[in-house]
Each structure stands twice: as structure tokens, then as C-alpha cells.
Design a protein around this ligand. Structure first.
Ligand code: FES
Length: 104
């Protein structure tokens, strides 16, 4: 499948230490900004029906799921705390001027 680059936000919409849910057709992504860098993953937790954008960024680089308090590493998508076991899909992010693009 060919990768597609899509602008999903402006930089000022993704505040430091915060999440932003972005709808993309049938899918939704969660954007995060930590230490100035923007990251993107699927928004849906791999453990259940929860939007990670409603979770909390903890320990610097983990997103804590709001439903069962499992966690993932935002930088890699790797599960970091039970009950999460499956990695989150993550997406490459490029920031150009004020525009945030993801590779889909
Ligand atoms: S739904 Fe996310 S930890 Fe259970």
C-alpha cells in the first residue's frame, strides 16, 4: 500500500503534554506532544473500546488508557503496562512550519 501524507493539525492545536484526537475517515488518530516533539498513534486502545486521547500522559512518555489504566509508550506504541499487550500502531510525523503531517 502506498503511504499517504496528510495534514492532520496545526502545531498550536497540539499543546505540550496534551493529546489531540483527529478523525480520519473510519479511523481516528491520537496526536501527542512531549518535549516539543509530536507523535501519532491510533486513538483506539488495543485492549478495548477507549479513546486514548481521553487518557493522561504520564511518566514523561506514556499514555495511560482512561478505561483500565493500561499504558503505552507514545514514542514506539509498545505496551508499557497491563492489561495492554498489543502494540499501538504509530505513524511517522513531520512538522513543517505550523503544519503537522502524518504518513498514513
Ligand atoms: S481499554 Fe485500554 S486498558 Fe483496557
Amino acid at each position: 500500500m502506498t503511504e499517504q501524507r496528510r495534514q492532520v493539525a496545526t502545531l498550536d492545536q497540539v499543546e505540550e503534554g496534551e493529546t489531540l484526537r483527529v478523525e480520519l475517515g473510519d479511523n481516528a488518530l491520537c496526536l501527542y506532544r512531549i518535549q516539543g516533539e509530536v507523535y501519532a498513534t491510533d486513538d483506539l486502545c488495543t485492549h478495548g473500546q477507549a479513546s486514548l486521547a481521553d487518557g493522561l500522559i504520564i511518566d514523561g512518555a506514556l499514555i495511560e488508557c482512561p478505561l483500565h489504566e493500561g499504558a503505552f509508550d507514545i514514542r514506539t506504541g509498545a505496551p508499557a503496562r497491563a492489561p495492554c499487550k498489543l502494540a499501538l500502531k504509530r505513524y511517522a510525523v513531520h512538522v513543517e512550519d505550523d503544519a503537522v503531517f502524518v504518513e498514513l
